[in-house]
Design a protein around this ligand. Sequence first.
Ligand SMILES: [Zn+2]
Length: 679
Amino acid sequence: MPPINASLVLAGHLAVVAGTSLTMAQSPANPPAPADLVLQGGRIYTADPARSVAAALAVRAGRVVFVGAAADAKRWMGPGTRVEELAGRLVLPGLVDAHIHPLDIVDLDVCDLDSRPLTLADLSAFVAKCVAHYAPPPGGRLIVHQWNYTDGNQPDARHPTLRAALDAASTTVQVQLLGNDGHHGAFNSLALAQARNAKGRTVGLSKATRAGEFAEYKPFVGVDAFGEPNGAVNEDARYLINSHSMLYSDLEAVLKVPERIPQRLNSVGITAILDAMAAPDGLPVYDKLSSSGKLTVRVTLAQFFDPSRTRTPGGKIDYDSMVDEAKQIRARYATDPLIRADVIKLFADGVLEGNPFAVPPTLPNAAALKPFLQPIFSVDAAGHATVTGYVDTGSELCTEVRAHPGKYLSAADIKAFTTAHGYHPGQCAIFSGELQHKREVILEYVRRVHLAGFNMHIHAISDRSVRTALDAIEAARAADGNSTTRDALAHLQLAAPADVARIGRDHLYVAFTYSWMVTSQDYDLTVIPFFERVIGNSYQALHRPGSYYEANTYPVRAVKAAGGILTAGSDAPVYTRDPQPFVNMALAITRSVAGAPPLSPQQSISVREVIEAYTINGARMLGLEKDAGSIEVGKSADFVMVDRDILALADGGHPEAIADTHVLATWFRGTKVYAGATH
Ligand SMILES: [Zn+2]
């Protein structure tokens, strides 16, 4: 047998399982060149195909050169080798967050609601304090971060709407709330008055302009009982009021401290990410990190362009310019060892939360296969919304209301109708949500970028957008004959079983956000009553086993069983700026927060499956599997030591305790890039 040389080992030609083959292959006469680093005395979960667990590993020149038994690790130690004792701790491959908005995870000195659920009265008082503290000039703007749209927001007599609450905070400064999901927003009257039409003229957002020149944005502009904007302005309608992109970050502030991004990621064990919405204006952040040598994560940019808003001078959608720019950006990073830009992001729809407190209730806007139901809400003794009945939108009365919309516009007519029938005439509307772009635009854009060799990353929340995304990917693959792209869907709050089967057949990746897979009375009331006939607001009323929503919400196990590939995306800063991978892992297993019953528990996955989602599967989705995603000889030395054995916790019946895991150290390319407080 010829001696095995180091380069062969480095090239990964040796299958090393628990160190046996390597020990036999290398005779004592030919000891390997000493390693730079040896870890020993722990449990190293490798995430290799056999799910091997080893006791030691060795690293040289940033690569793993040995994984195996403790006795064999000694052969790799030389005078210059640094030896770390694991003291029984668990080591995992560096984690892959396959859907995150990294420019927004840095803590900045901004007015920040921190996702606290506040009543409108408390919200108003908080914003008033921010106006005083940050003191924007009269007519200037106050941006309020991390507003919780789904929990809290209970009105009272003095603050009947969001708009009234924000007007009570300030009438001299424009106030804008940034929803913590990136999709919702709210504005005070001064800000609403700034809305500009297509000609650039300031006309304001009002009952008249919403019905007139802004009619296409109607579903995204909430109204009060009399049709005036109630302050809620969602999705693309926010562009009418200001030119800010949907990213919430303060780019200038982030550019001053870009290293905080990899630092935060490393501190929770993440060593590779997909930036799920990389607009060209954010690229200087990465360039600065790259040139300063402070980029201690692998980054894949999911390049974001807005196909509905990128137009030729003649007004046509300018696919060519988007594809050309995307190719240029991809080429710019072609030789960067840590950054790639071979993914394109597309929103197929928005979000599914309606507002039960608005009169009439605001409907969800994500694209559903069937029209949303029209629940009649009241407020229970505890201040929570509850469902008392449903509007029969097929009734003669509703047919009449829809046929004569002008008849129910005056305040007196609305009052009379509501008194007579027990619901607002606006609830006769039939609406099944909207795709973010026209179906033909989604199909054409995906076809074009696919032809240019990009992988797709499509935000799809509701069942019709999932179906449309699949139609687009399948058509694009058929058109160019290339089925090898690593296309992915993100989120999948609701997907029909037939479409889950297609995800499996197409071998698509799904970046699930496991922290969303829980029940919460407030949240559930913003979604489920629009899909299912619910009476009341109890868990039993909302979560009927076998109902369409309950059976098909976040279908993680179903996707895996069908042959889809599970990955994990925190979507931070949505809900929290903390990417919290171990909280997300726990919730993938339990689908429940403390004290609450689980959400569709039949869709839960095992600890080993969620580790795979967070490691090797994420690496495959990003095309990094030769370098990252598992601890195997030849791969980059990206791994993390944690303070508890999450496998043992799950196997011992306590998966919820995984959420409290702390990272003790993170290594990236063989260098310790994070060392936590001593525990
Ligand atoms: Zn996202």
